[in-house]
Design a protein around this ligand. Structure first.
Ligand SMILES: *Cc1c(COP(=O)(O)O)cnc(C)c1O
Ligand code: SF4
Length: 356
């Protein structure tokens, strides 16, 4: 399959095989240009491996946290991390730490997903829109993820299961939007996604399709020719809600991918999570919002952390969150300021936190 995300238009194989001298060259060379499927396969799968790549002492981190939620990070993402910096904001998002095992007072289902399930893998909490867990797989394991405890084993991962969800949806004409989520729907093959979209379009009361994904953040070459084909052919307005948390996640291949996606007619939004030690400052949020709008991605939500077990060390106080937001509000154009929200079980929408 043709890859269209080279920052360098020359054949990459040559670079890939060449012997390079400096460690930085070596890191770039081994990234090479591989298909997104191969990018997934060659991802880093343990904390020790991740530390070794980044020249970080793994004994700082030795942890049992990996047992129920293994470390998983594509090289395309890891290359954006600073060598030797255990406080790197990207590293902190994916590295398993001892902190995850301390104070296990968080909830396994903090956002009430299980109560909102209509049929296996289909959640409805709000009017007009339903959320389909199209797959349990992700292209990166984010340590703060509220779905880390979701029983994905029961989510439909086949056409038969999806048809069951779609048939449920087709019987409720108050629903006009389907959100494909997960896990991450862009870990599915384009053939499956293109089929799923065509089945959704058949439901007459569906007016919009939304895709919640972090794959383009971590594996930018996921935005490939065969994906752009179903995106540009989609007969309904298609919204991608991306998930960037930090400005350094927008490297050059990623920016290029966003441009391709936008030019194929999709609307691009972003939701970020406010995370202690990752992006909990005015400067970090300002830089993120500006980096996003520079790519014509509108900041949509800034989420307060869901208090799930194993993620509590990422929590930022509401006061601090409001101060950061007030800073953004007084400094940026209105369209560059996300809504600061928290998800509270039983509410009819995400709950806004308002201003300081
Ligand atoms: C967050 C969420 C949505 C989307 O809400 P919007 O405010 O429309 O972005 C839809 N369904 C579920 C179950 C959700 O958790
Ligand atoms: S990609 Fe999304 S669903 Fe998957 S682990 Fe990260 S935050 Fe959670």
């Amino acid at each position: 399959m043709a890859e269209i995300l080279a920052t360098n238009p020359s054949p990459v194989e040559a670079t890939y095989r060449s012997t390079s001298e400096s460690p930085a060259d070596e890191r770039d060379a081994e990234i090479g240009r591989v298909s997104w499927q191969n990018a997934l396969k060659r991802s880093i799968r343990s904390g020790i491996e991740l530390c070794q790549r980044l020249d970080i002492n793994p004994s700082l981190f030795c942890s049992s946290a990996e047992q129920d939620f293994p470390v998983f990070a594509p090289l395309e993402y890891v290359r954006r991390m600073q060598l030797g910096d255990s406080n790197d904001p990207l590293f902190r998002q994916v590295m398993a730490t001892q902190e995850e095992t301390i104070g296990a007072s968080g909830l396994a289902d903090a956002v009430g997903d299980l109560a909102a399930q209509k049929t296996p893998g289909l959640l409805q909490k709000y009017d007009r829109r339903v959320l389909m867990i199209a797959t349990g797989a992700c292209a990166v394991h984010c340590r703060y993820c509220f779905r880390r405890h979701y029983p994905y084993g029961s989510a439909p991962v086949s056409k038969k299961g999806w048809l069951n969800s779609l048939s449920w949806i087709s019987q409720d004409d108050s629903i006009d939007e389907i959100i494909l989520s997960g896990g991450d729907p862009l870990t599915l093959a384009d053939e499956s996604l293109s089929w799923l979209i065509s089945e959704i379009v058949k439901i007459r009361h569906i007016r919009r399709i939304r895709i919640h994904t972090r794959v383009p953040v971590v594996i930018p070459q996921r935005i490939c020719v065969s994906m752009l084909e179903w995106v540009s052919n989609c007969k309904l307005p298609l919204f991608f809600v991306l998930h960037f948390n930090h400005a350094t996640e927008l490297d050059s291949p990623t920016r290029k991918s966003l441009e391709l996606l936008r030019k194929s007619g999709a609307s691009l939004l972003n939701q970020a999570v406010l995370l202690q030690g990752v992006n909990d400052s005015f400067e970090a949020q300002r830089d993120l919002c500006l980096a996003l709008v520079d790519q014509q991605v509108l900041p949509y939500y800034l989420h307060q952390l869901d208090l799930v077990q194993g993620a509590l060390h990422f929590e930022v106080s509401d006061d601090k969150a409001r101060q950061i937001l007030a800073g953004l509000q007084s400094h940026l154009p209105g369209y560059a300021v996300p809504k600061l929200v928290r998800e509270q079980p039983g509410r009819r929408s995400k709950t806004p936190l308002g201003f300081a």
